[in-house]
Design a protein around this ligand. Structure first.
Ligand code: DC
Length: 219
């Protein structure tokens, strides 16, 4: 059977990771969370106190860092960092790391390598536009900023954090701004992507909708 490739893009908190994970399970294909890769690299840079504007230092770190997935878990230099990369300090710094050209070149190469000759669903910001421009299906998942902020607020509250909804909405607004205005492969909705607004939809409704589209072979 020919490989199936599904690209899923959209802003922070749109639900794309949860949706993509479920679709991967339903279709028995590989799920690749590219945001987790940018987060893992950000973790390494913060831990090593790297000045991201020092190109020489950054290049050295990029060359000596390994980021990969094993059974849907993210590994940084051989260590599982699933939990660490979700820390708020990573969320507030990752967009600045993700806008660096050299960082993107390194991670996009790994992403394309993983997808080579495999059936995958990959989510991120530039998957349909840049990483896998020939994907069989492209989806752009979005939701209102208030809803995205509220989802993140609920998630953090659930983990026991003392958080403020307005502050979270502002953080997301700032990430959206950096992600969609950066010079190299910014977040855009491709002309050939199917847009799904999840503001008033449940995860299950969106999953069913996407599976219907994929199973019938198009729009
Ligand atoms: O989806 P996320 O919130 O885990 O993504 C973390 C950051 O990484 C986000 O601010 C944008 C960046 N990112 C990117 O620039 N390109 C991707 N393909 C995926 C994520």
């Amino acid at each position: 059977m020919k490989n199936l490739t599904i690209a899923v893009d959209g802003p922070a908190g749109s639900g794309k990771s949860t949706i993509s994970k479920k679709i991967a399970r339903e279709l028995d294909i590989i799920y690749i969370d590219t945001g987790a890769m940018y987060r893992a690299l950000t973790l390494k840079l913060l831990k090593n106190n790297i000045n991201i504007h020092d190109k020489k230092e950054l290049y050295k770190i990029l060359q000596s860092t390994s980021i990969d997935f094993r059974n849907n878990h993210i590994f940084l230099d051989g260590k599982n960092v699933d939990e660490e990369i979700r820390d708020n300090q990573i969320s507030t710094n990752v967009s600045d790391v993700a806008k660096i050209k050299e960082v993107r070149e390194k991670l996009v190469e790994i992403q394309r390598d993983i997808a080579r000759n495999k059936s995958v669903i990959m989510d991120g910001r530039d998957i349909g536009s840049f990483v896998l421009p020939n994907a069989n299906y492209k989806f752009y998942i979005t939701a209102s900023i208030e809803e995205r902020g509220y989802r993140r607020y609920k998630e953090l509250k659930g983990k026991g954090y003392n958080v403020n909804l307005d502050a979270i909405i502002e953080e997301i607004r700032e990430r959206d701004r950096i992600d969609s205005t950066r010079e190299f492969s910014p977040l855009v909705k491709c002309a050939d992507a199917i847009e799904i607004d999840t503001t008033d939809k449940t995860i299950e409704e969106v999953v069913v909708h996407i599976l219907e589209i994929v199973n019938r072979g198009g729009k």
